[in-house]
Design a protein around this ligand. Structure first.
Ligand code: 5AD
Ligand code: SF4
Length: 464
């Protein structure tokens, strides 16, 4: 029921063949721009694969493209403004060549007011579609190639999952694997449940097949994606859970790291913590969004946990895995946040000592409950608190990084450093950036590095 059926897939395959018949041998190029989270990156990899199958060659130069797709993000106002400016910039390509096709997709286009805005104010946009309609790209492109009407698709509340879509993966050693889509949590600040629909899980067999294939191809780091991976499997006909999935993945042979992105503290069960511990692939890192250190704010965020419960999970994670790298998400300046609430958050980061924190200034999102709460915090106070937060976290990160000097770490190498020709860049399992000098190119492989120096955001070392 929750999956796109064969007749729809066949229909899209027919559009794909017809588009290919038009495009093949013409040297047409496609440019895909991705904003936002890893889920969007994973979606764009599927979009790229479909465009390639239609006969386009992918390009990283927007000015030479015959089709331009912008995959947008709606999580904060800044991301939406960026998307509008990028789509705005594409106007002159269309003025110079009216045959160019421009499509906009992703979370922003799932909001009615944004869809209307693209329709009315961006006349050169051919089509928009939401995150649940990626598999229908061949239909949208074929219609545009035939001079069809402009089209603005609307996702159903719970879009179906389209299995079997290929991906053109950005990396040959780090891969995203979506295990579920959507979110049921309705945190009061968050737009995601409105733009990505209700939770739906992929079948365990499909996920395992994808992971086995990636491991066979030599992938070294796999990130399981979902807005709340802890509730994976609850909606499936054959009900399952994240711990069962992790158990099954642990039976796959191979040397690779496994990440979960992202978890909700309200659903972080003991079984899941056990399953993480059971495998050295997962036990090195855990990301657990806190959002705020104040119980009052957590309640008004609709997070369904208090600080005590959250700290209990952190304690268990640390008890099971002594050297685990912990990271979190924090929102500064949620409506009604008092100086006292904010200081609670500072106390928690001081106490937990996260390796790194993704911190965000609260951004009101149209249609979410928090956007119409009283006591919105003035911009200057939000910024002032954000700066204080960053200063404190930077001190903590530096202190933790300093403690690595003299130790050996296992890293996955990313390639030559951009700023220094002689240096390579790599990352630890806990996502710490490690630079080292080396004559040989180990890109895409694991190596061991002895740390000799540290600053706030980087470690430096020597290959062992
Ligand atoms: N304003 C600021 N940050 C937000 N996030 C989600 N919605 C908002 C918003 N309206 C942050 C949360 C979430 C992360 C992905 O983005 O911290 O965990
Ligand atoms: Fe947004 Fe909360 Fe869902 Fe995360 S769990 S996507 S913050 S609503």
């Amino acid at each position: 029921m929750g999956f796109v059926d064969f007749s729809e897939i066949n229909k899209q395959n027919e559009y794909l063949s017809k588009a290919r018949a038009i495009l093949e041998g013409k040297g047409k190029k496609a440019f895909v721009m991705t904003l936002g989270c890893q889920q969007n990156e994973a979606d764009s990899e599927k979009i790229s694969a479909l465009l390639q199958k239609m006969g386009y060659t992918l390009t990283s130069k927007e000015e030479e493209a015959d089709i331009l797709i912008v995959n947008t993000c709606a999580i904060r106002e800044h991301a939406e403004k960026r998307a509008l400016s990028i789509v705005g910039r594409f106007k002159h390509y269309k003025s110079a060549n009216p045959d160019i096709i421009i499509g906009v997709c992703g979370c922003m286009t799932a909001q009615e007011h944004r869809r209307e805005h693209f329709k009315r104010s961006y006349h050169y946009v051919n089509f928009t579609f939401g995150t649940g309609a990626i598999h229908r790209l061949p239909e949208f492109v074929y219609n545009a190639l035939n001079g069809g009407k402009r089209y603005f698709d609307i996702d159903p509340e719970t879009p179906k999952i389209a299995e079997g879509l290929d991906s053109v993966r950005e990396s040959t050693y780090r891969a995203w694997v979506s295990i579920m889509y959507g979110c049921n949590n309705f945190c009061t600040y968050c737009i995601v449940p409105y733009v990505r629909g209700r939770e739906r899980s992929r079948k365990k067999e499909d996920i395992l097949l994808e992971i086995k294939d990636l491991v066979k191809k030599g992938y070294k780091e796999i990130t399981l994606l979902g807005q709340n991976v802890n509730s994976y499997g609850k909606d499936l006909e054959n009900r399952t859970s994240i711990s069962e999935l992790l158990d099954d993945i642990s039976k796959i042979e191979g040397d690779f790291w496994l990440h979960l992105m992202t978890s909700h503290p309200k659903d972080a069960s003991d079984e899941m913590i056990e399953a993480i511990k059971a495998s050295p692939r997962t036990s090195g890192h855990f990301h657990l969004p806190l959002q705020s250190g104040s119980d009052d704010i957590l309640k008004r965020m609709n997070r369904h946990y208090n600080l005590e419960k959250y700290l209990g999970i952190i304690e268990k994670l640390r008890a099971e895995n002594e050297n685990i790298t912990l990271t979190t998400d924090i929102i500064v300046g949620f409506p009604g946040e008092s100086e006292d609430d904010f200081e609670r958050t500072l106390e928690v980061i001081e106490r937990v000592k996260y390796d790194s924190v993704f911190s965000f200034i609260y951004s009101p999102r149209k249609g979410t409950p928090a956007a119409s709460m009283e006591n919105q915090i003035p911009e200057e106070i939000k910024h002032e608190r954000y700066q204080r937060f960053c200063d404190k976290q930077n001190d903590i990160s530096k202190e933790i990084n300093d403690s690595f000097v003299g130790k050996s770490v296992r890293v996955l190498v990313d390639g030559k450093s951009k700023s220094n020709e002689k240096m390579y860049t790599s990352r630890t399992q806990g996502n710490k950036i490690v630079h080292f000098e080396c004559d040989k190119d180990y890109t895409g492989s694991f190596i061991n590095v002895k740390i000799t120096r540290a600053d706030t955001f980087n470690l430096f070392g020597e290959i062992i």
